[in-house]
Ligand binder design. Structure first.
Ligand SMILES: [Zn+2]
Ligand SMILES: [Zn+2]
Length: 298
């Protein structure tokens, strides 16, 4: 993302723009100790670098500068450890107004890492009555907006939430009195990290002897029996199921209020395996609900 020349430029820009004086002092200290060229004060300073850019620049700087390694080496390790631990929205939000600058730094970067799941709580702080953590919360929201749009906007339906088994969609960060910011995440829970990327179909599988969801070579197979509710799919594969199960599924699809899915049903393919003996009535229900119903033979 960044090359070895511009990491110092990014960190100087962060130093220039941050409202956090103690943090600015630490950046200045690390950069000036090794005489890492401060940009000419007459240069126009571009906007504040994104949280992801700052983090990448610190990691680059750690390899190139002894003073950065000394001041930031252990702290970046602590950030990595915190990312691997349970990421708590509440704890990280409290950290935004912590007395120590590094806890505030951790709060910003961990909330950014949490992403869409943290948006609602961040909105409360960013646009609430208290000024504590407000600037930071707004900045994290902006970074989540840019980051999720960059990663997910091109094909949101290809990014599947492993909790909800749904693709992503366009969502909004509510800014009172200003135009809203967009971001992308799970259409149900807003998750924007740790998503499954599919490059092929998402298949709903009816096999009452197995369960769960698998993602192999970009093909996602999700077993209806695990949850017995609707989720995203663009093909139906019935291996073992009773008439009752399939009728229930057809009723769910018939009552589906999700416009994205509804539009796919008339063209959707449904295959029934050789070991599944559904009644003529159930097959008729499937044919009325979906595009093409095929019975496969051994
Ligand atoms: Zn979700
Ligand atoms: Zn894709």
């Amino acid at each position: 993302m960044i090359d070895s020349r511009n990491w110092s430029e990014i960190l100087w820009r962060e130093w220039h723009h941050t409202q956090d004086d103690a943090y600015a002092k630490q950046l200045h200290f690390a950069l000036s100790k090794d005489n890492i060229g401060q940009p000419d004060p007459s240069d126009i300073v571009q906007g504040r670098p994104l949280l992801s850019e700052v983090e990448a620049a610190l990691r680059q700087g750690r390899c190139h500068s002894a003073s950065l390694r000394k001041i930031w080496g252990g702290r970046l390790e602590r950030l990595d450890r915190a990312k691997n631990d349970y990421l708590s929205v509440g704890q990280s939000l409290r950290d935004l107004s912590h007395v120590h600058w590094f806890r505030r730094f951790l709060g910003r970067h961990l909330l950014f890492e949490i992403g869409g799941h943290a948006v609602e709580a961040l909105e409360d702080v960013a646009f609430g009555d208290s000024s504590y953590g407000q600037e930071d919360a707004r900045w994290v929201l902006h970074c989540i907006s840019v980051d999720t749009t960059t990663r997910l906007a091109a094909e949101p339906e290809c990014w599947i939430c492993p909790d909800c088994w749904l693709g992503c969609g366009l969502l909004w960060i509510d800014r009172p009195w200003r135009s809203d910011w967009q971001f992308y995440g799970c259409r149900n829970c807003r998750r924007s990290r740790g998503l499954l990327h599919r490059t092929q179909e998402m298949v709903v599988v009816f096999d009452n002897r197995s369960s769960g969801l698998s993602c192999q070579e970009g093909l996602i197979r999700a077993n209806w029996f695990t949850r017995r509710i609707l989720f995203d799919f663009d093909r139906i594969e019935i291996i073992r199921a009773t008439d009752e199960d399939i009728e229930r599924f057809a009723v769910q699809a018939g009552n589906d209020t999700d416009s994205l899915r509804r539009s796919r049903y008339p063209r959707m393919r449904c295959t029934i395996g050789p070991d599944c003996h559904l009644s003529a009535n159930t097959i008729r229900i499937l044919e009325n609900s979906f595009g093409r119903v095929e019975q496969t033979t051994r």
